[in-house]
Design a protein around this ligand. Sequence first.
Ligand SMILES: [Zn+2]
Length: 259
Amino acid sequence: MNEFLIDVHAHLNDERYNNLNETLKNAKQSKVEKIICVSYDFESSKKALKLSTENENIYAAIGIHPNNSGFFSQDFIDFLTKNYQNKKVVAIGEIGLDYHYENFDKEKQRNVFIAQLKLADTFGLPVQVHCRNAMNDTLEILTEHRNLLKNGGIMHCFKGSFENLRKVGELGLKISVGGVVTFKNAIETQELIEKVPLDMILFETDCPYLTPHPYRGKINEPKFLELTVQKTAELKDISFQKMMQISTENCCKIFKKLK
Ligand SMILES: [Zn+2]
């Protein structure tokens, strides 16, 4: 049985992690033995690959975040083409739609999202989907291109209705639960988690963001993942250990190179 946790979405490629050895040591002490370092532009993709090459416990997801759609280029595609077979490159991500900030280019985001879904399919990799204030369009694109989802994937930091969740499940995707579930005012998220099937649950920190309660305001890091797992286990009325085993098994089914 899996007696460890996997942080499926962490930005260790962020410049704030200037003492990575310490961060990894703390993670390991909190049972987080594997971490997927997720990219958001071309530079962070290169850094994720580098970190995964240098550190046994780090794996890389390579991709262009919707807010950085302008970084999607032939150079980026060439980089991915050259490295997708690397045993530490486990996913394409994060990709998707983000309508949160002003002046976003909807059409550009859509095109870059679909182009990366195609790359994931071509290269046989699962996807990590980011969706902010854009659930309907995201689900529409995923449904329209469901033939590109044969390698599965996750909706990271899932925030939506139970109906949305059911759709995600129908598409063969899972969700990853982040620190928000521990927030005292996150009633909607907690109610949703109570209803999510156990075989759809993975865990993430999305560090350095979304630090779980009671450490909100501090920089998040993988060692805090256990707080999210603990809270979710309580909501599902199962033990921490059981929640850990199930989520790690779910994770290894999708991100096959982590086995
Ligand atoms: Zn992220």
